[in-house]
Design a protein around this ligand. Sequence first.
Ligand code: GUN
Length: 276
Amino acid sequence: MATILDGKKLRDKIFESLKAKLDKMPQKPTLAVILVGENPASQIYVRNKKKTAEKLGINSLSIEYPSDVSEEELLNKIKELNSNEKVTAILVQLPLPAHINKNKIIDAILPQKDVDGLTPYNLGKLFSGEEPYVYPCTPKGILLLLDEYNIELEGKNIVVVGRSNLVGKPVAQMLLKRNATVTMCHSHTKNLPEITKTADIIVSAVGKKVIGEKMLKSNCVVIDVGIFRDENGKISGDVDFESVSKTAAYISPVPGGVGPMTIASLMLNTVELAGK
Ligand code: GUN
């Protein structure tokens, strides 16, 4: 049976140390969160982020818009938050409605306040092997979780499934920086099982049930980033937990694995930016 990579336990440990750090900060950070529209998952995530920030002693500023908000109005709000000295961190919850150019919105955030590490400046620093102001939250959380369980990365074959800017691409870069041999797979990859079978570690960030036990070698490490509701309304991940957990060495569950680590990283990033 696989060892469970317990994201909740590590999140709580991170929160303990963050709380102690925040208690000593004379000026508390302020995290501004922009939510557009009524995507139920986004509403839950944003509520969670705000609640967690406040619990730790981080100020939170919530800005909500209907789904038909104009790009211009969003850009003006970001400009205002960029120049507001009290605001130390800005997050635009994704996805955004189709009529809004997501990249244009993210590009408007000041890199020093880009708590998701998703602006071209911060991603560019990451991709050129330099230090960004902060690293993207989910990839950062994945590495913290692997490190907590002393899982060696150097020289390992790591297969990343999914090539999003939010997870797949940045996590691959971060793993390369740690001297892993990284293979990227996506919806056009031919013979996915042939490739996943070579993985010492697999990171799946697709949002569909794509990873089964027959696709993996035994004793591998499985990081499941997917989170969605299955046809019965049950919260599920990309990986068939039932079968894979019997043969893998380590597995991150859904829920309770990468999800709590994303929020822990967001809080870490908020505190890091306030100190820069
Ligand atoms: N939507 C899903 N995950 C994330 C995230 O980490 N940051 C932002 N801004 N939006 C998301």
